[in-house]
Design a protein around this ligand. Structure first.
Ligand SMILES: *Cc1c(COP(=O)(O)O)cnc(C)c1O
Length: 360
């Protein structure tokens, strides 16, 4: 649609056009129910069907084994920074954290309120421009869990391997790269993601939990953070984020129609490869992330001059490429190219980058 911009926002971010159009078509009367999904009781038959179908689609698309629970919660990915230690640390009182960016740092700070938290690895020494190797992880076999963030949204790095932690359950924040590459869920204890990057509008957090891990929350855990309560009540201890769950279902339909997660990964590699090649060929732009650990979702780059960066961001916006300004922690530019970013958006951005440099 020609009146839509290419939105490179880190989140909330672009949704598939087909999902938005279906939502628009159904907005006042969902499939003959005479109501909008926004107006329905979450206990109604019609909504329960949306809920169950969406959950089944996610299980199918991500290949989530039957011995994992899928929760649709609120309070954002950030809410899980608290929920994770509250639910899991009771086992030994200790946990390992890999610090590779902003959100893992925040998760670590929050976890420290509830137990003895050990930094198993950190990339702070090089401004979070890389991912520590497996051999650099200092693992405590007595940790209740090992925590990491798969894709560092702000710094633009992505783990290219799944940490090997023996019997210690892996807990992973996949907020900004869920559904962008196949994941062997059976290797994880907990996977979670805020929806507003690759799945749905803001307001929904998906939490995937292996059986046996919930049910041991610290006694003072707020009820809204207690995974077992939410498992027992099918994510409906209180009113769930109904509209977001419905939108997730529409996004998942689009994922399935486009080759599923392998199809998403293929596009991810094409999009990010094209953009990194363009930046590598440039004489003025440099990437923040080290080559081996570059993110396929958030591409961070800059010139040597703040003024030139600003000029670039402004000129890009005028040309219909919006939200390219980098996060203040990294500076420069960031192009977030999540699943719903059309290939054409990145092709045109690459053309724009080349033309900008040529016309300097
Ligand atoms: C956006 C983001 C968060 C924060 O999500 P909220 O839903 O705003 O709490 C956490 N982790 C990662 C990796 C993110 O990209």
């Amino acid at each position: 649609m020609s009146d839509r911009v290419y939105n490179f926002s880190a989140g909330p971010s672009m949704l598939p056009l087909s999902a938005l159009e279906r939502a628009a078509a159904e907005i006042t009367n969902y499939q003959g129910s005479g109501q909008s999904v926004m107006e329905m009781s979450h206990r109604s038959k019609v909504f329960i069907r949306i809920f169950e179908e969406t959950r089944a689609k996610l299980r199918r698309i991500m290949n989530i084994p039957e011995n994992y629970q899928i929760l649709f919660l609120q309070t954002g990915a950030t809410g899980q920074f608290s929920a994770i230690p509250l639910n899991l640390i009771g086992k030994t009182g200790k946990a390992d954290y890999a610090i590779t960016g902003n959100f893992s740092t925040l998760a670590y700070k929050e976890a420290k309120k509830y137990g003895e938290i050990h930094v198993a690895a950190s990339s702070e020494d090089r401004d979070h421009s890389y991912i520590p190797a497996q051999s650099q992880l200092q693992l405590d076999p007595d940790a209740s869990y090992f925590y990491y963030c798969a894709n560092n949204t702000i710094y633009g790095t992505e783990w290219q391997y799944v940490p090997e932690t023996g019997d210690v359950p892996l807990v992973c924040d996949m907020s900004s790269d869920i559904l962008s590459r196949p994941v062997d869920v059976s290797r994880y204890g907990v996977i979670y993601a805020g929806a507003q990057k690759n799945m749905a509008p803001a307001g929904l957090t998906v939490v995937i939990i292996k059986d046996g891990l919930a049910g041991h929350a610290l006694p003072f855990t707020p009820v809204m953070m207690d995974w077992q309560t939410m498992i027992d009540k099918d994510s409906m201890y209180n009113t769930p984020p109904c509209w977001c769950i419905y939108m997730l279902g529409l996004t998942l339909d689009w994922v399935e129609e486009n080759g599923g997660v392998p199809g998403m990964e293929k596009r991810k590699i094409q999009r990010s490869g094209m953009l990194y090649d363009t930046l590598d060929a440039s004489k003025i732009f440099h990437c923040h992330a080290e080559k081996a650990d570059r993110s396929g979702m958030n591409v961070t780059f800059r010139t040597d001059s703040k003024e030139l960066d600003e000029r670039f961001v402004k000129a890009a916006e005028a040309a219909g490429f919006v939200n390219l300004k980098g996060h203040r922690k990294v500076g420069g530019m960031r192009a977030s190219i999540y699943n719903a970013m059309p290939m054409e958006g990145v092709e045109k951005l690459c053309d724009f980058i080349r033309a900008f440099e040529k016309n300097l």
